[in-house]
Design a protein around this ligand. Sequence first.
Ligand code: FE2
Length: 129
Amino acid sequence: MGSESWHEPYEKISEKTLNMSRAIKSLIEELEAIDWYQQRVDVCTDEELRRILAHNRDEEMEHAAMVLEWIRRNNPTFEGHLRTYLFSEREITQIETLEMKNSKPGPSSENVRTSILKTVGSLKQRKES
Ligand SMILES: [Fe+2]
């Protein structure tokens, strides 16, 4: 990657950031390739070539998924957002609002239940000794 690829002095960028940048650029390239192949599929007049282009488009989707998974494994913030939004059946634009309601400060009902059980358990131990 040439120095024109970097927005800051290369020697000051950490190895972790350099690798994440490589992954992000690769994801962009895979997504662009999917877009370009799909456009070619739309206009291609040769049926066999059309099938090859569609096959290649789908392979790019696999590549995009692989690099996205690497990004997920190496960036906890990204992972959190992917866990929130991917494979959800809820209305996408409503997810953030629902998440904020669920993460209101204060004890969740599960935490309250656990703390009651711990209190009961310690009271029992005290009585028995
Ligand atoms: Fe690819």
